[in-house]
Design a binder for this molecule. Structure first.
Ligand code: EPS
Length: 388
């Protein structure tokens, strides 16, 4: 399975193509839209989300609601393009008028400056339009398709917010996906601990007043993943490595942990390894999950736990020092409309990219031409593993 996205933040639309989704999957478009809606939400978002009402249109690979096994193409319109149709026109030639929103004072921490150097763009808008996290809307649509495929083989997955700025909100213990879902749906921060919501709202409000931004920590849990996805045989077959790369591929991510992650480095071996147990019903299992469901780069049948550290958004209303790329004068960085924090939508994005990697691993390992055959194979494989 493979996917590709295209589209600029204020261009006409975002496009995604996924190749390798099995045939015979009943695709629930409402469920894709539900994910898109969740990604648009969350306290701390800016005014762009008042303009967008993200909805997916399927343009290939699906017939009468059922996947065909051919590439699935999807689009999400940028409603804001209506305000940018001259400036972001894909075809009409450059004029003085349609280059009015030129960006020449790169924002520290954004892709602006290096992107400009690398692609020889003198208008840094050509960089920021694609490096904008707007692209994650279509990645979430791709992830929503993968989530539906995973659900067909009993795999559940959720991403939520654990920490915003310095306020930490849970103890890393919860592993029940439906319990997490029900807790986080009760607030606009996708957090388990309801008692911290007011404090965090206040923190976001104050940060906004200060013209500053916030990052945070996201945790993803995936359950009922069979043992043996990924492999120890070569470095690039390790599935935890692929998950880490997918997480780092999301805008603004600066760190990834699997299970106890960095904490494992300061613990004793006896506190980190998950002791092995066995019963007739489940076969082998572990008594704890410090290793986040991975041993030797392979899933071990325990819940997968991935954490991501997101840096604060680099667009500041109180801008930092920069240098004008034309005049080379020290100036304040350019100010674009932005969010105070995007940690809530990012938790959906991280959930999505983890779902995509798990779906990839699954469809790589088994015959995935057809979803029913995939289910049959997985049932047989699970039985074999249980009898080991
Ligand atoms: C973003 C800047 C803002 C965000 C955007 C990401 O966009 P605009 O400049 O149009 O206000 O709202 O995120 C989205 C549009 C989205 O859908 O998530 C950036 O610079 O990364």
């Amino acid at each position: 399975m493979n996917y590709l996205t295209a589209g600029e933040s204020h261009g006409p639309q975002l496009t995604g193509i996924i190749e390798g989704v099995p045939s015979g999957l009943h695709l629930d478009v409402d469920a894709i839209n539900e994910q898109l809606k969740k990604r648009q939400g969350g306290y701390g978002r800016g005014n762009r989300q008042k303009i967008e009402h993200d909805q997916v249109t399927i343009t290939g690979g699906v017939r009468h609601g059922i996947t065909l096994g051919s590439p699935i193409s999807m689009v999400v319109q940028n409603r804001d393009h209506a305000h940018w149709n001259q400036i972001m026109d894909p075809v009409s030639p450059e004029t003085a008028e349609n280059t009015l929103r030129k960006v020449e004072r790169p924002r520290p921490g954004h892709a602006d400056l290096v992107g400009g150097m690398k692609y020889r763009h003198q208008d840094l808008r050509n960089v920021l339009e694609r490096s904008s996290a707007r692209e994650t809307a279509i990645r979430v649509a791709v992830g929503a398709v993968c989530k539906q495929l995973l659900a067909q083989v009993g795999i559940d997955i959720v991403g939520y917010v654990q920490q915003i700025g310095q306020i930490s909100t849970d103890d890393n213990q919860e592993l029940d996906v439906s319990k997490i879902e029900s807790e986080i749906s009760q607030n606009d921060l996708r957090m388990i601990d309801q008692s911290k919501v007011d404090d965090i709202h206040e923190l976001i409000d104050q940060t906004k007043k200060d013209g500053d931004t916030l990052g945070g920590i996201i945790r993803v849990v995936a359950t009922h993943v069979p043992a043996g996805l990924g492999s120890y045989i070569s470095w690039d077959t390790k599935l935890d490595g692929k998950l880490a790369a997918a997480v780092m591929g999301v805008n603004a991510m600066k760190g990834v942990e699997i299970g106890d992650g960095f904490k494992a480095a300061t613990s004793f071996g006896s506190q980190v390894m998950d002791e092995i147990d066995w019963d007739k019903e489940d076969g082998f299992y572990r008594n704890t999950d410090h290793l986040g469901g991975f041993e030797g780069g392979m899933t071990n049948g325990m819940p997968i736990i991935v954490k991501a550290a997101m840096k604060p958004i680099p667009t500041l209303y109180k801008p930092l020092q920069s240098v004008d790329i034309q005049t080379k004068e020290v100036k304040k960085a350019s100010v674009e409309r932005s969010d105070t924090t995007a940690i809530v939508p990012a938790s959906i994005v991280i959930e999505s990219v983890v779902a995509i990697e798990l779906a990839k691993a699954l469809t790589d390992k088994f015959d995935a031409d057809n979803v029913q055959r995939l289910q049959e194979q997985l049932t047989a494989y699970r039985e074999e593993i249980k009898q080991f």
